[in-house]
Ligand binder design. Structure first.
Ligand SMILES: [Zn+2]
Length: 275
């Protein structure tokens, strides 16, 4: 399942705060006549057909919230806005995607957009909602840990990072927490030449093999965390939050330039043991 597709072009990094306000306002207008519900830390807009699954989505969101509060000491004073789409086409229309581009979730400008679990797995029987199987599947395969990781990093570091880093982190978190990793025939690291750091930095979403670019970002971030521990990650994000540049923060926390870390990671891949 793909929930990482960032096909809406490069967001402007320059004015993140403005971008958020814009998104919030636009959201208020766009979804004004949708139904709305609240939980402790989230607000959700949805259409009547999704009324039955709204408690499940909010419960999963609160679970993710609690995990981030514990792991990253990240909490939010204001309700995090969620939009729940009841069909594929709504997501595509919202982000101007072509018919082939799909995602079960998207983080953009302080808002998390989700495809209803009802639409994600139409083959699941109606009883799956009552007996908890739908909630369990939404926890194991749903997009919330990944998208909330993007929200967390953006809130803390204010867009002070390249695209590959936030995608690497989001995949690491969903892997560590729910065991999901995106592996397919196209993105095995051992079977092809890999992208350079420069390519990831400059063209992340436009590379021919996006699945490979995502996989590289994930495994590189994971390599750093395995070497330096999870506390290093929090220290790194604190530096980014203080508007230290990505490169300088990296050097300060990991003790070498990001290019050097990347080179060592490539050597590690060459030694094998990677998928
Ligand atoms: Zn993502």
């Amino acid at each position: 399942m793909v929930w990482w597709l960032a096909a809406f072009g490069s967001p402007t990094w320059a004015q993140p705060a403005f971008r958020h306000v814009n998104q919030w306002l636009e959201q208020q207008i766009r979804y004004a006549d949708w139904k709305q519900a609240r939980s402790d830390h989230f607000s959700i807009r949805y259409l009547p057909a999704d009324e039955p699954v709204v408690p499940l989505v909010l419960a999963e969101a609160e679970r993710v919230y609690a995990w981030f509060a514990e792991q990253f000491q990240f909490t939010s004073d204001e309700a995090v806005p969620l939009i729940l789409y009841g069909e594929d086409g709504q997501m595509q229309e919202r982000f101007g995607w072509s018919g082939e581009e799909k995602a079960s979730g998207v983080y953009y400008g302080g808002v998390i957009y989700l495809l209803s679990p009802r639409v994600l797995w139409p083959e699941m029987p109606a009883t799956a909602l009552k007996d908890g199987r739908l909630a369990e599947r939404y926890h194991r395969e749903g997009p919330l840990p990944h998208e909330y990781a993007h929200l967390y990093l953006d809130a803390v570091a204010n867009s002070n990072f390249p695209r590959w880093y936030t995608e690497g982190l989001a995949q690491l978190i969903e892997y560590e927490w729910i065991g999901y990793e995106w592996l397919n025939d196209d993105n095995h690291l051992q079977r092809q030449s890999l992208y350079s750091l420069r390519q990831l930095n400059e063209q992340f979403d436009r590379l021919a093999n996006v699945a490979l670019a995502y996989r590289q970002a994930f495994k590189f971030v994971q390599f750093m965390v395995r070497e330096h521990g999870e506390t290093s990650l929090r220290a790194f994000h604190r530096q980014l939050a203080q508007a230290v540049s990505f490169e300088r923060a990296w050097q300060a926390v990991f003790g070498e330039p990001v290019e050097q870390s990347y080179g060592r990671w490539l050597d590690d891949v060459r030694r094998g043991g990677y998928r």
